[in-house]
Design a protein around this ligand. Structure first.
Ligand code: URP
Ligand code: ZN
Ligand code: ZN
Length: 547
C-alpha cells in the first residue's frame, strides 16, 4: 500500500454540521479509518499539517451542467475541466443534470451522460434526470432509473416553453410518480408562458441587449411558479426541491411554505449569493451577457444578502452553482437578440469561497452552518449521508483543508475553468482551500492540481431518503382523510328537468366526476373539457363530450 493511500491530517479543527473539535483524521484506502487525538498510525503515511486550519467535508455542488448542449451550442466546461476546477475550489462531488430532449428516452440519455462523464471526472459525481415530456414510457423509465440506476431526483422545467417546459397537468403526473418511486421532485420555477409573452413585448420596444433578459421575467414570474409548484407537489404529498432560487420573492414563498410545514427545500446558488443583476445594465455588452442565466440575477442589490440570511436561518437549505459556462463568443449568438444568449454562468470552482466570504466572514453563519449548506444537507436530501457530507470513521475521505485567515482574489486569469470570464471577477475572498482530498487521494495541494480523468466515480443514490421521506410517509399514514359516518339521507329529493326534457336528479356528487389531472387527460393534452365542446351533463355526473 503506497503512502498516497494513507494520509494523516494532523492538528486541524474538524468541522461537521453539528460540532467542531480539534482532532486528527487518519485515512486509508479512500475511507476515514479513525478520528481522534494521538492516533496510532503505520509508518510511511503522508502527514498533512492542519494546525490553525479547518478540516471540513468536501463541498457537494448540487447543480451543474458540464458539456451540456443548450441553446445552439455546448457548455465550454466539460466533465474534466469542470471537476478539476471543482476540486481546486474545495468541492469533491458534483450532481449534474441529464436533460433528454422532449420525445426521447430518459434511460438512453442517462446512459449517454454516464459514458460521457465516467472517463473524465476527477471527483465523484451523481446524476439528476430532467423530465421534459410525459408518457407511460417516461413513467416506466423514471421507475427504472430510481430502482436500478441510482437516480432519486428528477427536475422539471416550468420555463423554456416548447423546449423543456411542462404544463401543470404534466407536473401533477410527474410529481405523483416521484412520490410513488421515492424520488424528490425538482423544479426550475419560472412561468414560461409569461416569459415568452414578455420577451416579445421587450423586443418590440427595441430592447435587444442583456437587460431585456431580466425585464421580460421579473421576480413575480419566478415567485408565481414557485408557489404553483409547491401547491401541486403538496396536493400529492411529494417532496419538492426548488433549484436556483434567485429572487427575494421566490425565497419568501419557499420560506413561508416551510413554515407552513411543507416538505420543500430551496437551493440558492453561488451566483445569486455573490453578485446581482445590475450587471445586465453594464455598457459593455460582453460583460453584461456574461451574467445571463435563468432565472436571472436580480437588479435589487439587497438580494444576495437577503438570500444569505435565509440560508443562514434554514429557510433555504443547500447551495449549488448551476455551473453552465459559455465563453463570450458563444454568448455572442445573442448579440442582437437577448433571447438567443445562451443561459448560464460559472460557479463550481468559487462556490465555497463565495459562501465563506458572504456567509461566514460577514458573520451571518458559523463554520458548522457553512458545512451544512455546502455539503451535509445536500448529502442528506439526496441520500448520500453520512458516506458523504461528514468527517467520521467509515465515511468517504472527501475532505477540504481550509485556511480561514488566508485570502485570494477571484479572477478568470487564474481560475481553472475553461470559460473565459468569471462573474465574481475581482472579489476578495477570505478563506482559501489549501488541500483537497477526493476518495482518500490528495488532488489539490498548495495551488497544484494532481488529478487523473476518470478517477472520480459515479455514486448511485437510493430512493426514499429518510431525511426527506420520513415525514412524508408518516403523513400518508396518519393524515388520510376519512368520510363522516352518518345515516343515509331518507328524506325527499326534488326532481329537476334537464334542457332536453329528460328528468334527472340534482345535486350529484362532484367527487364522482371523471375530471382528472392525470392519466388519459394528460396524454390527450388537456384535462379540462373544451369550452366550445357541448357537455351533455354538468360536472358531477358521468359527463360525456360531444365532438
Ligand atoms: O441559465 C441556466 N440556468 N442554464 C442552465 C439550465 C437551467 O435552467 O438550469
Ligand atoms: Zn434551471
Ligand atoms: Zn441548471
Amino acid at each position: 500500500m503506497g503512502s498516497q493511500s494513507r494520509i494523516l491530517i494532523k492538528g486541524g479543527r474538524v468541522v461537521n454540521e453539528d460540532c467542531s473539535e480539534i482532532c486528527d483524521v487518519y485515512i486509508e484506502d479512500g475511507i476515514i479509518k479513525e478520528t481522534g487525538l494521538n492516533l496510532q498510525v503505520p509508518g510511511g503515511v503522508k502527514v498533512i499539517d492542519a494546525t490553525d486550519k479547518l478540516v471540513m467535508p468536501g463541498g457537494i455542488d448540487t447543480h451543474t451542467h458540464m458539456e451540456l448542449a443548450f441553446m445552439g451550442t455546448k457548455t465550454v466546461d466539460d466533465f474534466y475541466t469542470g471537476t478539476k476546477a471543482a476540486v481546486a475550489g474545495g468541492t469533491t462531488m458534483i450532481l449534474d443534470f441529464v436533460i433528454p430532449p422532449k420525445g426521447t428516452s430518459l434511460l438512453e440519455a442517462y446512459e449517454k451522460w454516464r459514458s460521457t462523464a465516467d472517463p473524465k471526472v476527477c471527483c465523484d459525481y451523481s446524476l439528476h434526470v430532467a423530465v421534459t415530456w410525459w408518457s407511460d414510457q417516461v413513467k416506466r423509465d423514471m421507475e427504472t432509473l430510481a430502482q436500478q440506476k441510482g437516480v432519486n431526483s428528477f427536475k422539471m422545467f416550468m420555463a423554456y416553453k416548447d423546449v423543456f417546459m411542462l404544463h401543470d397537468d404534466e407536473l401533477y403526473a410527474v410529481f405523483s410518480q416521484c412520490k410513488e418511486i421515492g424520488a424528490i421532485a425538482q423544479v426550475h420555477a419560472e412561468n414560461g408562458d409569461l416569459i415568452a409573452e414578455g420577451a416579445k413585448k421587450i423586443l418590440s420596444l427595441g430592447i435587444t441587449g442583456p437587460e431585456g433578459h431580466e425585464l421580460c421575467r421579473p421576480e413575480e414570474v419566478e415567485a408565481e411558479a414557485t408557489q404553483r409548484a409547491i401547491t401541486i407537489a403538496s396536493s400529492v404529498n411529494c417532496p419538492l426541491y426548488v433549484v436556483h432560487v434567485m429572487s427575494k420573492s421566490a425565497a419568501k414563498v419557499v420560506s413561508s411554505a416551510r413554515r407552513a410545514g411543507r416538505v420543500v427545500f430551496g437551493e440558492p446558488i453561488a451566483a445569486g449569493l455573490g453578485t446581482d443583476g445590475s450587471h445586465y445594465w453594464n455598457k459593455d455588452w460582453a460583460h453584461a451577457a456574461g451574467f445571463v442565466m435563468g432565472p436571472p440575477l436580480r437588479p435589487d442589490p439587497s438580494t444576495p444578502g437577503y438570500l444569505m440570511d435565509l440560508l443562514a436561518n434554514d429557510d433555504l437549505s443547500v447551495t449549488g452553482t448551476d455551473n453552465c459556462t459559455f465563453s463570450i463568443c458563444q454568448k455572442a449568438l445573442g448579440k442582437d437578440d437577448f433571447t438567443k444568449i445562451p443561459n448560464g454562468v460559472n460557479g463550481v470552482e468559487d462556490r465555497m469561497s463565495v459562501i465563506w466570504e458572504k456567509g461566514v466572514h460577514s458573520g451571518k453563519m458559523d463554520e458548522n452552518r457553512f458545512v451544512a449548506v455546502t455539503s451535509s444537507n445536500a448529502a442528506k436530501i439526496f441520500n448520500l449521508y453520512p458516506k458523504k457530507g461528514r468527517i467520521a470513521k467509515g465515511c468517504d475521505a472527501d475532505i477540504v483543508v481550509w485556511d480561514p485567515s488566508a485570502t485570494r482574489t477571484i479572477s478568470a486569469k487564474t481560475h481553472h475553468q475553461a470559460v473565459d470570464h468569471n462573474i465574481f471577477e475581482g472579489m476578495l475572498c477570505h478563506g482559501v482551500p489549501v488541500v483537497t482530498i477526493s476518495r482518500g487521494k490528495v488532488v489539490y495541494e498548495d495551488g497544484v492540481l494532481q488529478v487523473v480523468p476518470g478517477e472520480g466515480r459515479f455514486i448511485p443514490r437510493r430512493p426514499f431518503s429518510d431525511y426527506v421521506y420520513r415525514r412524508v410517509n408518516q403523513r400518508d399514514q396518519v393524515g388520510k382523510p376519512s368520510a363522516v359516518e352518518r345515516q343515509p339521507y331518507q328524506g325527499e329529493v326534488i326532481t329537476v328537468s334537464s334542457q332536453n326534457g329528460t328528468p334527472r336528479h340534482a345535486g350529484r356528487d362532484l367527487h364522482q366526476s371523471t375530471f382528472t389531472l392525470a392519466g388519459d387527460a394528460v396524454s390527450s393534452g388537456s384535462s379540462l373539457p373544451h369550452p366550445s365542446k357541448r357537455v351533455l351533463a354538468p360536472p358531477g355526473g358521468k359527463s360525456s363530450i360531444v365532438f
